[in-house]
Design a binder for this molecule. Structure first.
Ligand code: C5P
Length: 391
């Protein structure tokens, strides 16, 4: 699965460093070439000899162990397809975020322009420190993928968020990232995500449970596939592509109008409210002596249908969330909306959809073909959707 790929693993000085030995074995077993660069502190937790034996390669620690005409921090960066830093301490993350290059690992990170994945591990108070979070956010905005630590018992005796995430999760994230081909290079992909918020008065609104995660995963994967991405969302995300934050269905429609014309692919993963309040109250509505309150609602524009009516060469993809008769409803909907593809989600299942990190979907096209995508992480589902619609 990984043959022909070179994975550069940066190990920093945290107790979770010992877990990376297993990960190196797994990469090697699956055919990857593994290069390890460790900070001097990492060697307090795991020996150079162990890492050398497992990776079947030299382990690099010092900056000035120059072996060829190119300095190590440049040649290791050039030779590798991906850089993974695991475990990543607060110290190393912060140095990379500030462009500090004071050891071989941070120098390589500074010179690395391909995909980088960081799996942090630290004490929960360090993780929650706003300075660390700001540094993480800065790197995220620059395209670094973070694998959030798990919560639980920490080596320092605390219970909280800070444990290195599972080795399986790190392994899958690296495999997933290496398998991307740049099929969307030169294309503009516009994605919507999250539930729209329809105000009733200054303090109340109507919305839905959509987390925005599916649309965000599609935007991220499209970016990794080389697209120029615009995410129009009601949620707070940070990412290395243009994000337009909107609130209501009308806002979303206006934002889409700005981006639609020169786009190549539009994916409407947002859960747009079908109705909004007819008469928004400028003042907070008062409780009355009545036992019931009637809010009058008016229909929101069907944004997806509107785009399909005016589309030229764009590929337009809709989503539908159904709690019953998934495929029958989806078949009817794709005809009604006129989109090229419709991704059908079964929201009656508790293990997938809405706030979950997983999903399972069926993609319909307008000729009546069905493509089922088995349960997987939203990132994997996103990749399969984008590959399928781009075939
Ligand atoms: O009609 P329904 O809400 O089931 O259709 C879902 C699809 O239509 C989604 O892609 C959603 O983003 C889009 N939609 C829309 N405008 C609406 C309602 C839904 O674009 N008012």
């Amino acid at each position: 699965m990984l043959s022909g790929k070179t994975i550069l693993i940066g190990i920093t000085g945290g107790i979770a460093a010992y877990k990376i030995c297993e990960l190196i074995r797994k990469f090697k077993k699956n055919g990857a070439s593994v290069k390890v660069v460790a900070t001097p502190n990492a060697l307090n937790f795991v020996t150079k000899l162990t890492l050398q034996n497992l990776s079947q390669n030299e382990v690099y620690v010092q900056e000035f162990d120059v072996k060829n005409w190119k300095p190590e921090h440049i040649s290791l960066a050039d030779e590798s397809d991906i850089m993974l830093i695991a475990p990543a301490t607060a110290n190393t993350i912060s140095k990379i975020a500030q462009g500090v290059a004071d050891n071989l690992l941070t120098s390589i990170a500074c010179a690395f322009s391909k995909k980088m994945i960081i799996a942090p591990a630290m004490n929960c108070n360090m993780w929650n420190n706003p300075v660390i979070q700001e540094n993480i956010s800065k790197l995220r905005n620059l395209g670094v993928e973070f694998l959030e630590p798990d919560s639980g018992f920490l080596a320092c005796g605390y219970i909280g968020k800070g444990r290195l995430c599972s080795i399986e999760k790190i392994y899958s994230a690296v495999v997933e990232a290496l398998n991307y081909s740049k099929i969307l290079e030169g294309k503009k992909v516009v994605v919507t995500s999250g539930g729209t918020i329809e105000d009733i008065d200054p303090v109340r609104y109507i919305s839905n449970y959509s987390s925005g995660k599916m649309g965000f995963a599609i935007a991220k994967v499209a970016k990794d596939m080389g697209a120029n991405v615009v995410l129009i969302t009601t949620k707070d995300f940070t990412a290395p592509f243009k994000i337009v934050k909107v609130k209501s269905a009308i806002d979303m429609q206006n934002a889409l109008d700005q981006e639609f014309e020169n786009s190549d692919i539009v994916v409407m993963a947002a859960a747009v409210a079908d109705y909004r309040v007819k008469n928004y109250s400028e003042q907070k509505m008062k409780k009355t002596s009545e036992d019931t309150l009637i809010l009058e609602l008016v229909k929101n524009p069907d944004i997806l249908k509107g785009l399909c009516d005016k589309k030229t060469s764009q590929i337009v993809v809709g989503f539908c969330a159904e709690s019953e008769n998934l495929l029958e409803n989806a078949k009817e909907k794709i005809q009604k909306k006129g989109c090229d593809f419709l991704v059908a989600n079964d929201i009656s299942r508790k293990d997938i959809g809405f706030s979950s990190d997983d999903n399972e979907v069926t993609i319909l096209d307008k000729n009546g073909n069905l493509k089922r995508i088995e349960k997987a992480s939203k990132t994997v589902i996103a990749r399969k959707i984008l590959e399928y619609i781009n075939e």
